[in-house]
Design a protein around this ligand. Structure first.
Ligand code: DAH
Length: 317
């Protein structure tokens, strides 16, 4: 019986076949309907009812089958949102980058402008202009990587002071962050290490002194370490500053070196075309990697460049 067949159709395709067999060009109902004009009134009405009824039945079954197909599809694609997500590895910012960012924010808040210089330097910027002419014994303090053309891997960011003064003249208040290179390697020395350099030169009348340097560093240290730090100064020697000092910081029950600095040597100003009778100021340089190690309790400077992801994840940042 057609009605049962319609209701028992298992798929939309099966139903479609039945429909064609019924209402298609050569369908059973199509044939009957063609003959309608020859029928009695009652029989016509009967055929019409049958026609409507069958069409309704097809429509209903079609909707049922489509619905079932959709439900089956949805059941197959079901996502269990209560399941744990697959763990994703998130990157971490390298301690050097992170601490540089912090330092940049602090120095900029004190009116210093960030400037940069190349890591491959010429002899002039890395040594000579910094009051270290070729014969100067202080060159031996830094184990230098020389390139075949006489250039060097910069041994100190002090080279950027020179570039900054050559470019901008005075007054100038700048700082620089970056990598330096020396032929040394042990737990506290890395062939590539980080430094931060600063320079503040202004008119002699402004009377910039060593105590301004100390005050600046007190502010810096308390901002960077997040608490008031106790500092002390010791006399030192650098060819490019006179007088030269080192500033230590109380760390637990020990004194640790925080930075080096001093009043910019008149020869350095002259080398950059600045009149030392008109201008004076201070410069400073941090062994930055060491400072970051202190802040985060790291004990091997080589880890900064080893690229060990486990260390990066656990370095305190
Ligand atoms: N360039 C020095 C070094 O690498 C550090 C330094 C000392 C920088 C004194 C300065 C300074 O600007 O005034 O050992």
């Amino acid at each position: 019986m057609l009605k049962d067949n319609i209701n028992n159709a298992k798929t939309v395709e099966e139903l479609q076949e039945l429909y064609t067999a019924t209402f298609g060009k050569n369908g059973t109902m199509t044939a009957k309907l063609k003959e309608m004009k020859n029928l009695e009134m009652d029989a016509r009405a009967q055929l019409n009812r049958e026609n409507t009824e069958l069409r309704e039945l097809f429509k209903t079954r079609q909707a049922e089958l489509e619905n079932a197909a959709l439900n089956a599809k949805l059941a197959g694609e079901y996502i269990d949102v209560t399941l744990d997500a697959e763990p994703k590895n998130r990157g971490t910012i390298h301690p050097t980058t992170q601490s540089f960012k912090e330092a940049v924010a602090i120095f900029e808040s004190m009116g210093y402008t960030l400037m940069t210089g190349p890591e491959i330097e010429d002899d002039w910027h890395n040594f000579t202009a910094l009051n270290m002419p070729a014969y100067h014994p202080a060159r031996d303090m830094q184990d230098t990587f020389f390139l075949p053309n006489g250039n060097v891997m910069r041994t100190q960011t002090s080279a950027v002071q020179i570039r900054a003064m050559e470019k901008q003249g005075a007054p100038i208040k700048m700082f620089s962050v970056g990598q330096c290179y020396r032929k040394e390697l042990d737990a506290t020395h890395s062939a590539m290490f980080d430094q931060i350099e600063g320079l503040y030169v202004d008119k002699v009348e402004k009377k910039i002194t060593l105590s301004d340097l100390l005050g600046t560093m007190r502010t810096f240290a308390s901002k960077f370490f997040g608490r008031e730090m106790e500092l002390r100064i010791r006399p030192s020697y650098f060819p490019f500053t006179e007088p030269s000092i080192e500033i230590d910081m109380k760390w637990g029950d020990r004194w640790m070196e925080l930075l080096c600095g001093g009043m910019v040597h008149p020869n350095v100003l002259k080398n950059c075309g600045i009149d030392p009778n008109e201008y004076q100021g201070f410069a400073f340089g941090f062994g930055w990697s060491r400072l970051v190690m202190m802040k985060y309790g790291l004990n091997d400077i080589r880890a900064f460049t080893d690229g060990d992801v486990r260390w990066l994840k656990n370095s305190g940042f």
